[in-house]
Design a protein around this ligand. Structure first.
Ligand code: ARG
Length: 460
């Protein structure tokens, strides 16, 4: 009646819509290589414990090698009737090697098989992402090291606050990315356990060796509980949470680049190859790459919520719901890799306009806090100093003069303790150099921080 691998108890063929509706092969074929690796490990273990003969193992290995070749060169025919990647490969194996192919699934279920495949796939994706993240951070830290003395306005509320080194700002980006990297490693470590051997949900009656398959697949150990092994997707959710935070950071960086490249700010220039033009306005050079990355955080956040919602209320153990985990997960991986690639290529090419940033820092009374600190050193309580400087700023706003542009007599009018040495603290260089402690923006601190960051990257 039916050609399905599970067709024994069925009296009629699957409805054609149901067949399409329940199939996952269109997207889970992405895990074909992981599926083959898992099967090779499983077969190797079955032979080691005597369930398969050495000859059978060899046949399975040869058959799977041929299938891997067919998939690589595009000649493998994927069939929706065979539902998913697992049954497509198994059916082809039987086609190729006959009866031995039907023995591969001994002591295994698609439930532990798919749980294994996703972990293997995602572990590989984590490694690719780690490499790309490291490439980006290397670019960020390199640019920061080159700009320990480049002054820009630091902002709060997007209003000029205090001058900072451009390199200091970039190292703030690097800190966010450094935490992302550490979250990625945490998530990878918890993911790296082998569910293989849990079978459908309760384990299997064969004398399997789970440590054998775990180590053959590079897992740190087998998982502990068979029910949990086939129903746990925490690792996928954790990965999506990592991804949502990383994308949040990339999106914040993007937003700054969009602002900085605007004609009104003009702090940095992005090379033409990372921008596009307008079909109507000839003057336009749009920062599409950062804008797109900023936009892509939306789908990644969405995927995190999808997976959380997918898992909520699922009773143990495996449920078909879990088939819905793959598309959000795959799209998250693709989006993160593309976004990191875009940023890793773009960041080293950012050209800061040093004079424009400097001029912007000079305006906006960015050294007002320095003047208050100066008065405190002369003996005033900070609140009084704040009040005095506030008056000076109000005068500056009215007269169109920055604090450093007021003559000494004018400044002394606000407080008699102000002396000639005040101009040292009102300069941009004086202001940043004075914040000379761990985590501060003094150029020598920025140089040291960039050095430490580079060492951490080199030690990865
Ligand atoms: N395609 C399925 C998935 O992605 C594989 C496991 C199916 N197991 C089952 N008993 N229906 O989850």
């Amino acid at each position: 009646q039916t050609s399905k691998l599970w067709g024994g108890r069925f009296a009629e063929a699957t409805d054609s819509f149901v067949q399409r509706f329940t199939a996952s092969v269109s997207f889970d074929q992405r895990m074909a290589l992981e599926d083959i690796r898992g099967s090779l490990a499983h077969a190797g273990m079955l032979a080691a414990v005597g369930v398969l003969s050495a000859k059978e193992l060899q046949q399975i290995q040869q058959g799977l090698a041929q299938i891997e070749g067919e998939i690589a060169d595009g000649s493998f025919t994927w069939s929706v009737e065979l539902e998913d990647v697992h049954m497509n490969i198994e059916a082809r194996l039987t086609e190729l090697i006959g009866i031995t192919g039907k023995k591969l699934h001994t002591g295994r279920s698609r439930n532990d098989q798919v749980a294994t495949d996703i972990r293997l796939y995602l572990r590989g994706a984590c490694d690719a992402i780690a490499a790309e993240l490291t490439r980006l951070q290397t670019g960020v830290v390199g640019l920061a090291a080159a700009h320990s003395e480049t002054v820009m306005p630091g902002f709060t509320h997007l209003q000029t606050a205090q001058p900072v080194a451009f390199g200091h700002h970039l190292l703030a980006w690097n800190e966010m990315l450094e935490r992302d990297y550490s979250r990625l490693l945490d998530c990878r470590a918890r993911m790296n356990r082998s569910p293989l051997g849990a079978a459908a949900l309760a384990g299997t009656t064969y004398p399997i060796d789970r440590a054998h398959t775990a180590s053959a697949l590079g897992f740190d150990a087998p998982t502990e509980n068979s029910l949990d092994s086939v129903s746990d997707r925490d690792f996928a959710i954790e990965f999506c949470a990592f991804a949502a935070l990383l994308m949040t950071h990339l999106s914040r960086m993007s937003e700054e680049l969009v602002i900085w490249t605007s004609a009104q700010f003009n702090f940095v220039e992005l090379p033409d190859r990372f921008c596009t033009g307008s079909s109507i306005m000839p003057q336009k050079k749009n920062p599409d790459v950062p804008e797109l990355v900023r936009g892509k955080v939306g789908r990644v956040n969405g995927h995190l919520v999808s997976l959380l919602t997918l898992m909520k209320s699922q009773p143990l153990a495996y449920n078909k719901d879990n088939q819905e985990d793959k598309e959000p997960l795959f799209d998250t991986v693709d989006t993160v890799l593309d976004s990191l690639r875009a940023f890793a290529d773009m960041v080293p090419a950012i050209r800061p306009r040093i004079e424009v940033m400097r001029e912007a820092a000079r305006r906006g009374f960015s050294t007002a806090t320095d003047l208050a600190d100066y008065l405190v050193r002369k003996g005033l309580p900070f609140r009084d100093a704040h009040e005095v400087v506030g008056k000076a700023v109000a005068h500056g706003v009215e007269s169109g003069k920055d604090l450093a542009e007021m003559d000494l007599a004018t400044l002394r009018g606000f407080h008699p303790d102000i002396g000639e040495d005040v101009y040292e603290v009102l300069t941009l260089e004086g202001s940043i150099a004075a914040r000379d402690h761990l985590g501060g923006t003094a150029p020598r601190q920025v140089v040291a921080a960039a050095e430490r960051a580079a060492q951490r990257l080199a030690a990865r």
